[in-house]
Each structure stands twice: as structure tokens, then as C-alpha cells.
Design a protein around this ligand. Structure first.
Ligand code: SF4
Length: 460
């Protein structure tokens, strides 16, 4: 029982975080960069940072994550990393031949104050970037924000570097999917195709981090948004930014730069958020919602109707990324569950406000916290004082689930102790059906386990 020392008594903390409900910025930047076709992410800092970011992504996606590093030594830590980065850019294009290098910073290079924009420009001026190849960058100091902020910064970097305003309008819609799984990105593309809408999804990690096994290693898998597609986003009719925390900064940048209007929506997790996404996409593209999607929604509503009696009034604790938690909280309220504890390590004032809106006064006892001291330790303490029926969060929740003997569903990032999660979507109506099945199975497995012999039922 690893967390058996967690005390019930809650003390006010200002400068101590225990078991944070977030991870570091560059991981998000690295994940977003992998969503560009032919991209090699580059970590401007020490080798240790890059090794940690790559290994966390590798352990979650069960795919080898390729990334390069400026490999700071003591000297570069004191005098700056310019020569390391320029050397790295030269080596990477010479040896690994990517279409693009996406550079993100780390705590160390940010603390030194390296001007990465200037260094990248110097590399271009010195002829280290071959014709037709690109180097982009974003700033990701990990002592602020979280992996979600890092993701948002890299996507904003894509807009800054590539979007062009030609004055021409293409009949296409931009969708910024937020930090979701490759399978979710595929699901969003499928839905748009079903509706007959041409979209540019960026970033797009489908067929990069869930590429099919062919027996041959592809250093740059076939997936990812292409550079011509990224250049065209300034000519799109409209942008849908899914998840304010991960996607809105890029959409706002594009609106300012190329006058492409945008709408920020919740990630389409659950019934209501998916409804809003489908309606927004049909309006933006001026198309009708096809019967096949309406039927799918109907099937989801039917499943909810069948399951609702088991969900009613069940207390749930959640932790993870703000965009996921907002949509998930609304979904749990929709199915009559009670999200009583909601914790995210990602800072941002909007979080509490949005959670309040989606709770719609249905759970007055709900405790909501985000930012630096909103950690898994605090969530555990809340659960010790007033237990819940279900815990939903990333792999780190397993210790609490074991200590408190609470049913647990893995969702979010990272999931380090299971395989397959990134292959099944949680977005859209189909994703919601899968989530419902997981929630009900967790609750009923517990009911079976605890049932006395005389009420151990075949049909429940
Ligand atoms: S928190 Fe900073 S120093 Fe630590 S791994 Fe992340 S970027 Fe590197």
C-alpha cells in the first residue's frame, strides 16, 4: 500500500505539491509535433529531459517515440545552447532527413534565457536548413503550466510559422482536436467525412502513434498533417478549437493573423459535447447532419436509458486534464452520476467557472480545484474523508484505488500500465458508448465481488 501514509487531516499548503495531477510542458509539445508528417521533435535542453519525455510517451502509446536533443553539458548550461542547437539542426537534417524539426525548450534553456527564435534564424541564415525543409519552435518552460500548455504552445507555433493569408477562401474547416488519442483524431476525421466536410485536422497523430504493423520500420510513419495542409489553414472558412486549454491559443492566433473566425468548443466527450460539435461542424460547413450520425446518437441515448438506473447518484472522483474533465463532468451529470471531486494540475481560472457551468447546480457538494496545489494527494484525502463509488484518472490513480478499495477507470494521460487504450476513441457518440460500457462494468464488477452468496445474480 504505497500511499498508506496519506493522512485524513487536510492542511492548507502553499508551496508543496505531492503527486501532481499533471506532467511537464515539453511532453505536450513533443506529442503535438509528432502530429506533423515527417517531423522530428527536438528538445532544447539536457539529455535527461528528452529521455523522460520520450519514455513517458513511449510507455503510454507503446510506440517508439523519436526525438532529438541539444544535449546540454555543463558548458552549455552556463554559456547557452546556441552552438549545440545549430550543430543539432545540421546533424538532424544530414542524418535523419525529416521534413521539419519542431524545437521546444526545457526548464534549463528557458532559465538560461536562450533566444531560440534567433538561434533558428541563424541556422537558416548559415545554410543549415536545406531548401524546402523547416525548423519551427515554441517555448515550453515547465515551471509554469503543464503538458497541456506545452501542447497548446506547439500548436500555436504551427500557426505562427505556417499559416498564410492569401485572401483566397478554401471550402474547408480547420479542426484543432486538443490533446486526444490518435484514435480520437481518426474518429473526428471519420465523422467529418461522414458529414461530407473537408477538414484540416492539426495536429494529427493518427497513423503516427497507432500506425499499422507492416513488418517494416518507417522512421516517419504515413500519418500527420502535411506542411501544405498547414499552410492552407489561413484560407479555411472557419476553425473549431476543441478544448479551450489545448486549442484556443492556436485558433486565436490564426484569427489574428489570417482573419479565420473560430469557435472554441469542449472536446466532444459524451452526449452533450458531441451534440455541440456536430451542430457546430454542420453550421460551419453549411451541411446537414446525415441520418447515419443521428442514428448513432439514438443508439447512445438508448444505451444511456438502459444503464441509467445503475448510474443514478453514484459518487465519482476525477482527475486529469482540464479539457477532458470539463466534458467528462458534463457527461457524468447527463447520466445522473455525481462528480463530487474534480482535480486538475493544469492552472487556469476558466476551469472552475466551466466546471460550475456544466455541473448545473446538480452536485452542490462538489469540490473542484486546479493549479499548483491541486494534486492527487489532496484528492486522496478528500476520498478518505468521504469515499466515492468510482475513480477516473490516469495510471497514477491505481495506488489510491487500491488503498481505498475503489473501482477505477483509466482515462487521460499517461496510462502506463495497460495496452490498447490509444486505439479506441472516447470522443463522439461511439466513444461515449465505450465509456458507458467501461463505467458500468467497473460498477457491476464491484457489485458481483461484494455480493453475498444468496444475492450473487446471473442477470443483473
Ligand atoms: S520539469 Fe523541466 S527539468 Fe524536469 S524534465 Fe521537464 S523540462 Fe526537464
Amino acid at each position: 500500500m504505497l500511499l498508506r501514509h496519506t493522512p485524513n487531516e487536510i492542511k492548507e499548503r502553499k508551496s508543496l505539491t505531492v503527486n501532481p495531477a499533471k506532467t511537464c510542458q515539453p511532453i505536450g509539445a513533443m506529442y503535438a509535433a509528432l502530429g506533423i508528417h515527417g517531423c522530428l521533435p527536438h528538445s532544447h535542453g539536457s539529455q535527461g529531459c528528452c529521455a523522460y519525455h520520450r519514455s513517458t510517451l513511449t510507455r503510454h502509446y507503446k510506440e517508439p517515440i523519436m526525438a532529438a536533443t541539444s544535449s546540454f553539458t555543463e558548458g552549455s548550461s552556463v554559456f547557452g545552447g546556441q552552438s549545440n542547437l545549430i550543430q543539432a539542426i545540421n546533424n538532424i537534417f544530414t542524418i535523419y532527413n525529416p521534413d521539419i524539426i519542431a524545437v521546444h525548450t526545457t526548464c534549463l534553456s528557458e532559465t538560461i534565457g536562450d533566444d531560440v527564435n534567433q538561434i533558428c534564424q541563424k541556422a537558416r541564415d548559415d545554410g543549415k536548413v536545406p531548401e524546402g525543409k523547416y525548423v519551427i519552435h515554441c517555448s515550453t518552460p515547465s515551471y509554469v503550466g503543464s503538458h497541456v500548455t506545452g501542447f497548446a504552445n506547439m500548436v500555436k507555433g504551427m500557426v505562427k510559422y505556417f499559416s498564410e493569408s492569401t485572401g483566397e477562401k478554401k471550402n474547408q474547416i480547420n479542426i484543432i482536436p486538443g490533446w486526444v488519442e490518435p484514435s480520437d483524431m481518426r474518429e473526428i476525421k471519420k465523422t467529418a467525412k461522414e458529414m461530407g466536410v473537408k477538414i484540416v485536422l492539426f495536429p494529427d497523430t493518427s497513423d503516427v502513434l497507432d500506425a499499422p504493423q507492416t513488418g517494416h520500420h518507417a522512421f516517419y510513419p504515413k500519418g500527420g498533417v502535411t506542411i501544405p495542409e498547414l499552410k492552407s489553414i489561413g484560407e479555411s472558412k472557419y476553425t473549431l478549437a476543441l478544448g479551450n486549454f489545448a486549442s484556443e491559443a492556436a485558433a486565436k492566433e490564426l484569427e489574428n493573423k489570417c482573419k479565420v473566425k473560430y469557435k472554441a468548443l469542449d472536446i466532444p466527450i459524451g452526449l452533450s459535447a458531441t451534440d455541440r460539435f456536430i451542430v457546430a461542424l454542420s453550421r460551419a460547413a453549411d451541411v446537414d447532419v446525415p441520418a447515419s450520425i443521428t442514428d448513432e446518437r439514438g443508439r447512445l441515448v438508448d444505451i444511456i436509458t438502459d444503464m441509467q438506473q445503475y448510474f443514478y447518484n453514484k459518487r465519482v472522483a476525477l482527475f486529469g486534464d482540464p479539457d477532458h474533465l470539463i466534458a467528462l463532468t458534463e457527461f457524468l451529470v447527463d447520466i445522473d452520476m455525481k462528480p463530487v471531486y474534480i482535480v486538475s494540475g493544469t492552472p487556469g481560472k476558466e476551469f472552475g467557472k466551466r466546471i460550475k457551468e456544466v455541473l448545473k447546480d446538480t452536485v452542490p457538494e462538489a469540490k473542484v480545484k486546479n493549479g499548483a496545489n491541486a494534486d492527487i494527494f489532496l484528492l486522496h484525502q478528500w476520498m478518505k474523508n468521504e469515499p466515492v463509488d468510482l475513480l477516473i484518472g490516469n495510471t497514477y490513480g491505481k495506488y489510491i484505488a487500491r488503498d481505498e478499495d475503489t473501482p477505477f477507470i483509466r482515462m487521460g494521460f499517461p496510462i502506463l500500465d495497460r495496452i490498447g487504450h490509444s486505439y479506441f476513441p472516447t470522443v463522439g457518440y461511439r466513444g461515449a458508448m465505450r465509456m458507458l460500457e467501461n463505467i458500468l462494468s467497473a460498477l457491476m464488477d464491484r457489485q458481483d465481488r461484494d455480493a453475498p452468496e444468496e444475492s450473487f445474480e446471473l442477470v443483473m
